[in-house]
Ligand binder design. Structure first.
Ligand code: ZN
Length: 465
């Protein structure tokens, strides 16, 4: 991997990015990354800089593979007023995210047919500041579409086991999953599942007297989405993954109670993978003020004790990686004045803040930078089948880098974020880790607050990458 034998001969590379702290799959070291045609040609010693090559010297800053975020809601076409390819991917570039894979719901149409996929593709063209691919959806009645969606270029399929929040994207139960999974197994496609079941949520609703100020209290929202809903859904998914030999990925796990079952399932070599999100690793239910609906998401942010167990799940590999579930909406839908948790739109916007939010907490808990790269770049790239191109600084991969200062801190000023709507629960928070420069396929797309002249991101299609 670190071979330097081919570096001396021939033309100089287009670009050398070098620094004292380059994060490679073998760990962090001083290195010079040679880039040709947007791809990493070699990772050599720090002093291997051929005459005539353009050099970006990162000095003492960390040079990490660009972040890969496989859980992003862009909502275009159809709900572009919520977010959009232009604003969403600018936020990504500013946050060091160089690849995202977009969720099939909240846009209209939802990406549940090949025709809708083509609309999505057309809507993204010319607007991408980073590379982006798409997930398809498994919804009631679209089993016959799955193969054409897969052939069209989606990287896998998302489903909900509870109502999704939008009517165009219906939820599925065990019967629909039993219809879809054999198709997905034939393709080798992963199923990404929002893992909450309706039963425990319906039961919880009966116990909540939704009167007076009750809906303003965070603990009401928390009680309405009990851990059992997640635990039971994850048990069902494990069972089906085992039975069909399917690849099943649990998105945004929040209930730490489910980790024991996940640990056991994974130990049996069943094809289950797991993600969690920065907000579950950062915030705690006890600290969320009444009416602070910017913290609303599903499954909910749980107690501090639960958060510590999620970190333990990352430490021991039960949780494979961290992605944002960036899901903004117009601020009015958050009902900030009423502060009604039960009626406000659920979703947390954090795409631009994912690296500093995770690093702040990871650093506090004693983790080193390479672990963060494994959680935020390598792991998500593997889920999408992009591991041969994205997620690592190694020869043959795309020259996607985030160059950042792990010791600098900043206070989140939400007006300075690049997402369309600025509301975020991180507002005012002091975070550690400042993104300085982002490279996409060897080109500098973001540098200390400035973007490149035009968006150079590409639509990534399975089969073509
Ligand atoms: Zn989501």
């Amino acid at each position: 991997m670190a071979s330097t034998t081919n570096l001396a001969a021939g033309m100089p590379p287009d670009l050398v990015v070098r620094g004292k702290r380059v994060v490679t799959p073998e760990g962090e070291r001083a290195a010079a990354i040679h880039v040709r045609g947007g791809v990493i040609e070699a990772v050599g010693r720090l002093e291997d800089v051929p005459a005539g090559a353009a050099v970006h010297d990162a000095g003492e800053l960390v040079v990490m593979p660009g972040i890969v975020d496989t859980h992003v809601h862009i909502n275009e076409p159809g709900r572009t007023e919520w977010e959009g390819f232009s604003t969403g991917t600018r936020a990504a570039a500013a946050g060091g995210v160089t690849t995202l894979v977009e969720m099939p719901l909240n846009s209209i149409p939802a990406t549940t047919t090949a025709a809708a996929y083509r609309e999505k593709h057309a809507a993204a063209a010319g607007k991408l500041w980073v590379d982006a691919g798409f997930w398809g959806g498994v919804v009631p009645g679209n089993t016959a579409e799955l193969r054409t969606l897969w052939d069209a270029g989606v990287f896998g399929f998302k489903c909900f086991l509870v109502p999704s929040g939008v009517e165009e994207f219906g939820f599925v139960g065990e019967a629909e999953l039993r219809a879809a999974l054999p198709e997905l197994v034939k393709m080798g496609a992963p199923l990404l599942a929002h893992a909450e079941l309706p039963g425990p949520i319906d039961a919880a609703a009966k116990k909540i007297a939704n009167t007076g100020d009750v809906a303003k209290r965070y603990r009401t929202w928390l009680a309405s989405r009990p851990r059992e809903a997640e635990n039971e859904a994850i048990a069902l998914l494990g069972k089906l993954a085992r039975e069909y030999g399917a690849r099943v990925h649990v998105v945004h796990v929040s209930s730490s109670d489910a980790l024991t079952a996940l640990r056991e399932t994974k130990a049996e070599k069943v094809g289950v993978t797991v993600e969690t999100c920065p907000h579950y690793l950062t915030f705690a239910a006890e600290e969320i003020s009444d009416a602070a609906t910017e913290f609303k998401c599903a499954p909910p942010i749980r107690e501090a004790e639960n958060r510590d167990k999620l970190w333990q799940g990352l430490r021991d590999g039960t949780i494979d990686f961290i992605v944002t579930d960036h899901s903004p909406c117009p601020p009015a839908m958050k009902l900030q004045e009423e502060g009604d948790f039960m009626r406000a739109w659920g979703g947390i916007a954090s795409l631009e803040l994912s690296l500093p939010s995770v690093w702040t907490e990871a650093h506090r808990r004693g983790y080193a930078v390479p672990r963060v790269a494994a959680w935020m770049s390598e792991g998500p790239a593997r889920l999408a089948g992009l591991g041969h191109r994205k997620g690592a600084i190694a020869a043959g991969r795309d020259a996607d880098f985030v160059i950042w200062d792990p010791d600098a801190t900043f206070r989140v000023e939400q007006e300075r974020l690049h997402q369309r709507h600025k509301l975020t629960p991180y507002a005012g928070r002091e975070l550690r880790g400042v993104v300085e420069t982002t490279f996409l396929r060897g080109r500098r797309i973001f540098d200390r607050g400035e973007f490149s002249a035009s968006p150079i991101g590409q639509v990534l299609e399975r089969g073509a990458v």
